[in-house]
Design a protein around this ligand. Structure first.
Ligand code: DX5
Ligand code: ZN
Length: 225
C-alpha cells in the first residue's frame, strides 16, 4: 500500500548560497524540511565537483535534522567510517559503481547508518529485486546526476510506480526518494505514484520564499487506493 502520510522533504544543499551556509542550516532547522540532502561529487563519476567532508563537519553540529548524503563518487565504500563518524543518517551509493552492492549495504548498516542505493535515469528498478530487503531507501535520479537546476525526466514517474509495486508486493518498508527537477508540479506526480521522499534544490533555494516552497511540497497528497 502507498504511504498515507505527507512526503519527506529533503532540500538539497547544492542549491544553497555557499557564502551563507548558516542561512541554509537555519532554513532546515526552522522549516517543515525533514532532512538535509547533501550532494558529494568527485569529478569522475559525474562531470562536476561539489564539496566534501569539511563542509559536512562544519554544518553537522548545527543541523537538528537527519543528513541524507548522496555520494556521486566512484568508490563510496572507502568513506563508510568517516561518514558514520560525522553523524550521517543515510548513505546513498550509486548502483552504477557498486559491483558488490549486497556487501556494501551490509557494511553501511553495520556502521550504524541507513543504507540507500541510487539509480541513474537509465538504470531499471527491476535490477534491485534481489537486494530490496537489504535497503532502507532507493533514491531514483530524475535528472542525470552532477548539476542542479536541470529538467525533470518524466519517465521517472513510471519508475516510481514500478518500484512501489515491487516494495508493496514484498511487504517491505523501503522508502522511495526522488532527486532532480522536483517542484510542486513534478512533486505531485511523484507522490501520487508512490514516492515517499522528495529532494528539491533549486525549487527551494531559488524560491523567493523557501519556507513556502518546502510547505508546497509537504502538503502534496499521497494516492489513496
Ligand atoms: C544533482 C543532485 C541533486 C540536485 C537537485 O546531481 O543529486 O540533489 O541538487 O537539484 P534540483 O532540485 O535543482 O534539480
Ligand atoms: Zn542528490
Amino acid at each position: 500500500m502507498s504511504q498515507l502520510h505527507s512526503p519527506i522533504i529533503a532540500p538539497s544543499l547544492l542549491a544553497a548560497d555557499f557564502l551563507h551556509l548558516d542561512k541554509a542550516v537555519e532554513l532546515i532547522n526552522d522549516s517543515e524540511a525533514d532532512w538535509l540532502h547533501i550532494d558529494v561529487m568527485d569529478g569522475v563519476f559525474v562531470p562536476n565537483i561539489s564539496f566534501g567532508f569539511p563542509i559536512l563537519e562544519a554544518i553537522r553540529p548545527h543541523i537538528r535534522k537527519p543528513l541524507d548524503v548522496h555520494l556521486m563518487i566512484v568508490e563510496p565504500m572507502k568513506f563508510v567510517r568517516e561518514l558514520a563518524a560525522l553523524g550521517v543518517d543515510t548513505m546513498n551509493v550509486h548502483y552504477e559503481v557498486s559491483p558488490h552492492l549486497h556487501r556494501s549495504l551490509g557494511a553501511i548498516r553495520d556502521a550504524g547508518m541507513k543504507a540507500a542505493v541510487t539509480l541513474n535515469p537509465h538504470t531499471p528498478v527491476e535490477l534491485l529485486g534481489d537486494v530490496l530487503g537489504e535497503l532502507d531507501m532507493v533514491l531514483l535520479m530524475s535528472v542525470n546526476p552532477g548539476f542542479g537546476g536541470q529538467r525533470f525526466i518524466p519517465q521517472t514517474v513510471d519508475k516510481v510506480r514500478r518500484l512501489r509495486r515491487m516494495i508493496d508486493e514484498r511487504g517491505l518498508s523501503t522508502l522511495i526518494e526522488v532527486d532532480g527537477g522536483v517542484n510542486a508540479k513534478t512533486g505531485a506526480e511523484l507522490v501520487a505514484a508512490g514516492a515517499d521522499a522528495l529532494v528539491a534544490g533549486s525549487y527551494v533555494f531559488a524560491h523567493e520564499d523557501p519556507r513556502a516552497a518546502i510547505h508546497s511540497l509537504k502538503v502534496l497528497a499521497p494516492q489513496t487506493k
